[in-house]
Design a protein around this ligand. Structure first.
Ligand code: ATP
Ligand code: MG
Ligand code: FE
Length: 337
């Protein structure tokens, strides 16, 4: 079985071909980071225009790399949401055109389901499992009883963790996207600046990062008013420590409460070295639970993850109509409908 996956939800134009739901045959990602950098974030109109310019080239290169013909492809999987509507539409329309022209089934995929299923390219998923999703737009703990079943047991009430990283980076005058820069700085600094941890109510698996972000900004502001100097590396390390402590503690608690066999990390912030190390350290004691962390290239946006999730959805019988639309507010729990 070969699935062609297409991803255009944000600022990466990507296509991939996956064999039997787990083997990467071809994987092409055209990043637009350079075009958005000078604006300090993704500009939706620019993203859409780049997707239009890139999508055909990316698809041609993917097919060429794979050595697979369109006739051999079993289905077209595409990110239908969430994401920027104008960006999503480019991928969805490309997928619909290919599906129609080659008479292949179309399978819409939820972007976050894709991030989670990136782990299936690393190992076989063992259910029930818990996914810690940490990306530019999402921070969630997702319980999966079986393939295609997603229950959000906790989510952020304000900023996503990636968003907080990018905003903190901006206050420190680091280039966009700031996550990797904060991560690198944090390794060099000492976490000696007191910052809050948002635990929320007892028993809640929800997250909140806007208070922490404001605390970082206030710390810088107060210091500069007093003419004191804050070491950026120490601030980055303190920020990162607060983020990681909350993420890891809630993940461990949910792991025990839900009795899962596997915990998988997903989303762009899964590339964070500090988070990866802290999770590995904490899970060493939980001998019955397997921790899965994807390689960096599968953490940030790509189409291999969309094709892999698409393969599972296709096997479970999901078919999307040619009237499929981009849906910026798509619900993960209804990903299979
Ligand atoms: P979503 O998946 O929620 O729709 P997105 O697709 O924009 O959002 P991703 O591409 O999954 O997000 O992740 C991008 C985010 O990951 C950015 O906020 C970026 O700063 C962050 N990120 C990437 N590498 C690291 C790192 N090493 N440490 C912290 N954050 C990182
Ligand atoms: Mg991106
Ligand atoms: Fe993403």
């Amino acid at each position: 079985e070969y699935i062609l996956g297409i991803e255009t939800s944000c600022d990466e134009t990507a296509a991939s071909i996956i064999k039997n739901g787990k083997e990467i045959v071809a994987n092409v990602v055209a990043s637009q980071i350079e075009s958005h950098k000078r604006f300090g974030g993704v500009v939706p109109e620019i993203a859409s225009r780049h997707h239009v310019e890139q999508i055909t080239v990316v698809l041609e290169e993917t097919l060429e790399q794979s050595g697979v013909t369109m006739e051999e492809i079993d289905a077209i999987a595409v990110t239908e949401g969430p994401g920027l509507v104008g960006a999503l539409l480019i991928g969805v329309n490309a997928a619909k055109a290919i599906s129609f022209a080659h008479n292949k089934p179309l399978v819409g995929v939820h972007h976050i389901a894709g991030h989670i299923y990136a782990n299936q390219l690393v190992t076989d998923l063992q259910f029930p499992l818990l996914a810690l999703v940490v990306s530019g737009g999402h921070t969630e703990l997702v319980y999966m009883e079986k393939h295609g079943s997603f229950k959000v047991i906790g989510e952020t009430r304000d900023d996503a963790v990636g968003e907080a990283y990018d905003k903190v980076a901006r206050t420190l005058n680091l280039p966009y996207p700031g996550g990797p820069h904060i991560d690198r700085l944090a390794q060099e600094g000492e976490a000696n600046i007191p910052l809050p941890r948002a635990w929320l109510e007892e028993g809640s698996y929800d997250f909140s990062f806007s208070g922490l972000k404001s605390a970082v900004i206030n710390t810088l502001h107060n210091a500069s008013q007093k003419g004191e100097k804050i070491e950026p590396a120490n601030l980055a390390a303190s920020f990162q420590e607060s983020v990681i402590e909350v993420l890891v503690t809630k993940t461990i608690k949910a792991t025990k409460e839900y009795g899962v066999n596997q915990v998988v990390l997903a989303g762009g912030v899964a590339a964070n070295k500090g988070l990866r190390a802290a999770l590995e350290e904490s899970f060493r004691e939980l001998k019955d639970v397997e921790l899965v962390i994807p390689p960096l290239s599968l953490c940030t946006d790509n189409a291999a993850m969309i094709a892999t999730a698409g393969s599972v959805f296709y096997q479970l019988g999901k078919r999307s109509p040619l009237s499929l639309n981009g849906n910026p507010g798509l619900d993960l729990e209804k990903a299979l409908v």
